[in-house]
Design a protein around this ligand. Structure first.
Ligand code: ADP
Ligand code: MG
Length: 144
């Protein structure tokens, strides 16, 4: 899978912004990587790339934020506190796995590994901390 290196949070946001411009209705983008790896920075750019006016921040405590007012509604989830795929259902989040006319971007997606069925239009992005300002971002998005 392609790997991109960014050397600032702004650069990671710009990558997210490009993906936001390319995003199609129904996409689910699963993000993985340790705390501080840049997942939320990516989402901030992604939400901007879709034209939503809000500044995205981490939904770790709310599990879900919705951003509207752009080209497509965005569901921003963070599964950090979930223990298993089953909890996605018990938390009532399953509609975000098949977002229809919206798009979902999901931090700590690997918490839901084993989801059955998996989301139909799933993309995955892995974030790796390299040093204080460098992140390695591996993705399955064509043309990025
Ligand atoms: P996560 O959501 O993965 O826990 P955040 O996006 O909330 O990560 O935080 C990333 C942190 O790393 C921020 O404090 C940001 O300023 C810093 N940072 C440094 N370099 C980068 C980079 N290249 N890309 C993204 N974030 C970076
Ligand atoms: Mg985060």
């Amino acid at each position: 899978m392609p790997t991109v290196r960014t050397t600032s949070p702004e650069e990671t946001e710009a990558l997210g912004e490009a993906v936001g411009r390319a995003a199609r209705a129904g996409w689910v983008i699963g993000l993985d990587g340790d705390l501080g790896a840049g997942k939320t920075a990516f989402v901030r750019g992604f939400v901007r790339g879709l034209g939503c006016p809000a500044r995205a921040h981490s939904p770790t405590f709310a599990l879900l934020h919705e951003y509207r007012g752009g080209r497509l509604p965005v569901f921003h989830l963070d599964l950090y506190r979930l223990g298993s795929a089953d909890e996605v259902y018990s938390a009532g989040l399953d509609s975000c796995l098949n977002p229809g006319e919206a798009v979902s971007v999901i931090e700590w997606f690997s918490r839901a590994d084993g989801l059955n069925p998996p989301p139909p239009s799933l993309h995955r992005i892995a974030f790796r901390w390299v040093d204080e300002s460098t992140r390695e971002i591996t993705h399955d998005l064509p043309g990025l």
